[in-house]
Design a protein around this ligand. Structure first.
Ligand code: ARG
Length: 461
């Protein structure tokens, strides 16, 4: 029996139920739904709508339903449209007339909005925790990397040498912004919609402030229409996760490149690599590729929801049921991606000789030659042109750059020293730059930030 059979005559066409049922995905909100119901029951008690005894009976019944759900004895019925229906039906079966009072002053519209906010609060905090775990891995690998350097690239062309730690921490800072966004999203969604009813509140003495506080929300809705129709928090969560996914895809793409024979900068641990069903020699970076590929569906989940929300009139519309699957999917996929990439990065071997070898070509120190000339008083544009000419000459005439530098009247042997392997990277000394001293400072700042973020994230739950 549906919750709303009183108004309609006869049965609902089977296809309507098939089409509209959401139980198969919203049942994962069962615990949040029970939490919401307990707070609602206590609120009804405070308003005098339930006696103390009725409150006690309903709370005990809700506990029993929860136990049945936990131990797998809960039986879902074919007419259960959604998790709210299942729980209320079972409460009524167990508690009889008192059960029929559970939904007093409440609608599934404020109920689902409440459930989903509880879920989002908890799960976004869990995702943020996993981002922090990945950042921890980057910290460990950065520390281990010591003074190892590799080419930094622009346009995927070798540009200037950078410390490996600097490169790894670059990803770490992007992830720090993800944590920031998740924390801010949780702060904004921390508003209880319970008590908004179907759309307009109630004539009964409900207690939205009290139920909101009971559920641990920072406050309650200001406008009942907004409370039941607002899914900004889902869109924000999906954006946060989509951008996190984009960051993970960029890390994934680099690991794909680095583990090619052509680059040879990284060797994946066998536990985080896959083989080929046909080619016996293959060791494939599937985890990194999936981090790259799955970012597509995270973006799809966001765009799908925005299109669903666009143009919806106030207040609740059934379209809003389409909010849950993308949110669940993005949360699940982000958690998996973070765990898999953390494992991959924790176990990958960096081939430091290959990295440094690739960064030791003399032309990656070209800008150091130009800056050396600037120190001697030459305007930068002129210095750029002098060095550019030498690089061109060296390539065209197949003469080592060092020889040409040595012979050049404005450069000479002091300047040649800049071309020695490992020298250029030590000359990146400005704040936030890629050289050892600046990176040591950056490392401390990053570690500090990470520690502070751990505290912020654990305060969310
Ligand atoms: N399953 C519904 C959803 O997820 C619950 C709310 C149903 N409300 C309604 N008026 N039919 O949105």
């Amino acid at each position: 029996m549906t919750l709303w059979h009183g108004r309609l005559s006869g049965g609902t066409a089977d296809v309507v139920m098939d089409y509209s049922v959401s139980l198969h995905f919203d049942r994962r909100l069962a615990h949040d739904d029970l939490r919401g119901s307990r707070a609602h029951v206590r609120g009804l008690g405070r308003g005098g709508l339930l006696s103390d005894e009725e409150v006690a009976v309903l709370l005990a019944t809700l506990d029993r339903v929860e136990a049945e759900l936990d131990d797998g004895t809960f039986v879902f019925e074919p007419d259960d449209e959604d998790i709210h229906t299942s729980v209320e039906r079972r409460v009524t079966e167990l508690a009889g007339d008192v059960g029929a009072k559970l939904h007093t002053g409440r609608s599934r519209n404020d109920q689902i909005a409440t459930d989903l906010r509880l879920y989002a609060k908890r799960e976004l905090a869990a995702v943020a925790g996993r981002v922090l775990d990945l950042q921890d891995v980057l910290v460990i690998r950065s520390k281990e990397a010591g003074d190892t350097y590799l080419p930094g690239y622009t346009h995927l062309q070798r540009a200037q040498p950078v410390l490996l730690a600097h490169h790894l921490l670059a990803h770490g800072w992007a992830l720090a912004r993800d944590v920031d966004r998740l924390v801010a999203t949780v702060a904004r969604l921390d508003v209880s919609p319970l008590g908004a009813g179907a759309l307009a509140g109630s004539s009964l003495p409900l207690d939205p402030d009290g139920t909101g506080a009971d559920l641990g929300f920072a406050g309650r809705f200001e406008n009942s229409l907004d409370a039941v129709s607002d899914r900004d928090f889902v869109a924000e969560a999906l954006f946060d996760l989509a951008l996190l996914g984009v960051h993970l895809s960029r890390i994934g793409e680099e690991l794909v490149l680095w583990s090619t024979e052509e680059f040879g900068f990284a060797v994946l641990d066998d536990a985080f690599a896959t083989g080929s069903s046909m080619l016996p020699q293959k060791k494939n970076p599937d985890v990194a590729e999936l981090a790259r590929g799955k970012s597509g569906r995270l973006i799809g989940n966001l765009t799908g929801l925005l299109v669903t929300l666009k143009g919806l009139p106030l207040a609740y519309n059934r379209d809003l049921q389409e909010d849950k699957e993308p949110l669940f999917d993005s949360v699940d996929q982000s958690k998996l991606a973070l765990a898999a990439l953390s494992g991959l990065l924790a176990t990958v071997t960096f081939v430091t000789e290959r990295m440094e070898g690739a960064a030791n070509g003399s032309s990656v120190a070209a800008v150091d030659l130009a800056e050396w000339l600037v120190e001697q008083g030459m305007p930068f544009r002129q210095a750029h042109s002098v060095v550019g000419g030498l690089v061109r000459d060296s390539l065209e005439r197949h003469v080592p750059l060092a020889e040409l530098v040595e012979a050049h009247p404005a450069l000479g042997s002091d300047a040649v020293a800049l071309l020695e392997p490992g020298v250029a990277v030590t000359r990146r000394t400005t704040p936030g730059s890629a050289g050892p001293e600046a990176v040591a400072v950056q490392f401390e700042r990053f570690a500090h930030r990470l520690e502070a973020d751990r505290i912020r994230v654990s305060a969310l739950s």
